[in-house]
Unconditional design. Structure first.
Length: 215
């Protein structure tokens, strides 16, 4: 969980009860935290209105001039995939002859990391050419299934602590974060045009998407 650590711009460190700084510096830190929190919430709403996370990220990056090019997927081997639990099985409603396959990727645009994705998908529900693309190229799942008229429903949303406060009068500084810090997590079901579930994904969106990056 993200917690205040140091104020940006070389300002004094935060302490348990808040920040010790000049009033004008404190006002700027408060405003910066508020604006970044709003961007995180707007990103979350934008994702929930989009057919796929890939489509949402492409539009977001273009609007805010974040790197260049198409969204691509880099395979991750940093840890084991999430275990299959009853929730995943209930969401995907597997038939007797169906199985699940994991896919763990980092979505990037140019050299900019955007989102870590852990997903389980049902290969038997995808066309053979889609499966070939998923296994042989750095293509995001949303791009691979775009001809299936996909949809996405987020059923779990968690904001970073600095963006989830309801009372923005709280005396908190904006934390310094690397571009790989997680500022938003969503879990979603991905459907085809017939509302048949194709995959369940856990998506962790990074601070690079809202510009909340320390030096």
């Amino acid at each position: 969980m993200l917690t205040p650590a140091t104020c940006r711009g070389g300002a004094p460190q935060c302490i348990a009860g808040g920040c010790e700084m000049r009033p004008e510096v404190h006002a700027f830190a408060h405003y910066e935290r508020f604006c970044t929190a709003v961007r995180v919430r707007n990103l979350s709403y934008h994702l929930m209105r989009s057919a796929t996370a890939t489509e949402a990220l492409q539009a977001w990056c273009e609007e805010f001039n974040l790197s260049v090019g198409r969204i691509t997927a880099m395979k991750r081997i940093d840890s084991s995939p999430r275990c299959i639990d009853e929730e995943i099985l209930d969401d995907l409603r597997l038939l007797q002859n169906e199985r699940l396959e994991p896919r763990r990727v980092l979505l990037v645009r140019g050299g900019l990391p955007l989102c870590e994705v852990d997903s389980w998908f049902v290969p038997q529900r995808l066309p053979p050419d889609t499966l070939t693309v998923l296994k042989s190229a750095n293509v995001p799942f949303g791009t691979a299934i775009r001809d299936l008229n996909p949809g996405r429903r987020a059923y779990f949303v968690r904001l970073a602590s600095f963006a989830s406060e309801d009372d923005f009068s709280a005396d908190l500084c904006m934390p310094v974060m690397s571009q790989s810090a997680v500022i938003l997590e969503q879990r979603a079901i991905i459907y085809d045009g017939d509302r048949r579930p194709l995959a369940v994904s856990t998506e962790r969106y990074l601070a690079s998407l809202v510009g909340a990056i320390g030096d």
